[in-house]
Write a protein that binds this ligand. Structure first.
Ligand code: UDP
Ligand code: MG
Length: 342
């Protein structure tokens, strides 16, 4: 393929924005940049790379600021602290200028080499090019099977089709991005929001690679949190389940009570109260707590939405060309603080 442009000119609007959320990825960034540059070199669209630094503490943004990628313009947007990947992606979508946007993980689990195929589908008219994992190398069976279960459950519960085994790795046209930006909610379960938008979608299957370096930022607890978030953001079916469970257990409890009264009056049977009472009380108590918990999840969501806080805050935006100056300022500011403190 021919490299149609040599250097990106600032006034030129990029055709393609590549959004990469970064949270403590210093170890993998050099390889990430090399592989990206190799791919971008062969593209015939002007490209910007948008790194969203989600409050890294390992010098990732400082490293990025010193790099220059000949083939693309690089912008680094630093958030004020760690807001989480979903917020970082939202920041990326808000700041991307491209006619198409590709979301990529920094750890190279989403191979950048697939970008040309995605662009090809976009040129054919797709608004969304979804990358579906056909394998998940480097991830244990527990993660794989719980992910499988989660996607199946989510699909049954929510009205919008959330495709199984797709992550955030995808291309979106400007039209799709603008549509997505109209969704103002604070509980940002991105996969669900993407699916809600709809639009002509092409699915490409690929093999998910293991992380190139560094560690995953997700533990099982945060994955469970994401799963609850995903389900409660997109479906109120669990509330109905709770109601049905309540009705069913009330019916069972009620008929059991009638049966005991019947036995006592007609058959003069002395009631063995204690064990049956304990069983009924713990059973109903458990169900009640579960129900309160599920209702609470939704009430909490409403509370968070009602506060209308922004999803993220930007600390600063750095173009690689003026990076040195920007970082000099930061360093001196930090030194001042240090002097005052000692
Ligand atoms: N990430 C982020 N903020 C976070 C956690 C993760 O921006 O709070 C980024 C991370 O740097 C990476 C991507 O999200 O680029 C995916 O994270 P990770 O590889 O840890 O997730 P996994 O692939 O294990 O699901
Ligand atoms: Mg990863």
């Amino acid at each position: 393929m021919i490299n149609a442009r040599s250097l990106y000119i600032d006034t030129e609007k990029p055709a393609l924005s590549i959004i990469i959320p970064v949270y403590n990825e210093r170890e993998v960034l050099p390889l990430c940049l090399t592989r990206l540059a190799n791919v971008i070199k062969k593209l015939d669209v002007t490209t910007e790379i948008l790194f969203i630094d989600d409050g890294s503490e390992d010098g990732s943004p400082e490293y990025l600021a010193k790099q220059t990628v000949r083939e693309a313009s690089v912008r680094i947007i630093r958030l004020t602290r760690n807001f989480g990947k979903e917020a970082a992606l939202t920041a990326g979508l808000d700041h991307a200028h491209g006619d198409a946007v590709i979301i990529l993980d920094a750890d190279l689990q989403d191979p950048p080499e697939l970008i040309p195929d995605m662009i090809e589908q976009w040129h054919f008219g797709a608004d969304v090019v979804l990358m579906q994992r056909s394998s998940r190398a480097g991830e244990g069976w527990l993660k794989r099977s719980s992910a499988h279960l989660f996607y199946r459950l989510l699909q049954r519960l929510s009205k919008s089709e959330i495709p199984a085994d797709t992550g955030d790795f995808r291309l979106m046209s400007r039209r799709a991005v603008d549509a997505l930006k109209q969704l103002p909610e604070r509980n940002r379960f991105m996969k669900g929001l993407f699916a809600w938008v709809g639009m002509p979608t092409v699915i490409i299957k690929y093999d998910r690679e293991p992380r190139a370096a560094g560690n995953s930022k997700w533990d099982y607890f945060s994955l469970l949190h994401l799963a609850i978030e995903g389900i409660t953001s997109f479906s109120i079916t669990p509330l109905r389940w709770v109601m049905s469970i309540g009705v069913i257990s009330a019916l069972i409890g009620g008929s059991f009570g009638l049966w005991i009264i019947f036995k006592a009056i007609i058959m003069s049977d002395p009631v063995h109260g204690y064990p049956s009472l304990i069983a009924v009380i713990t059973f109903l108590g458990g169900i009640q707590l579960l129900a309160v918990g599920i209702v609470g999840e939704y009430v909490g969501k409403t509370y968070i939405e009602a506060k209308q806080r922004p999803n993220y805050l930007v600390r600063d935006e750095i173009h690689t060309s003026d990076a040195m100056e920007a970082f000099f300022e930061i360093r001196s500011e930090e030194r001042n603080i240090h002097v005052k403190a000692s």
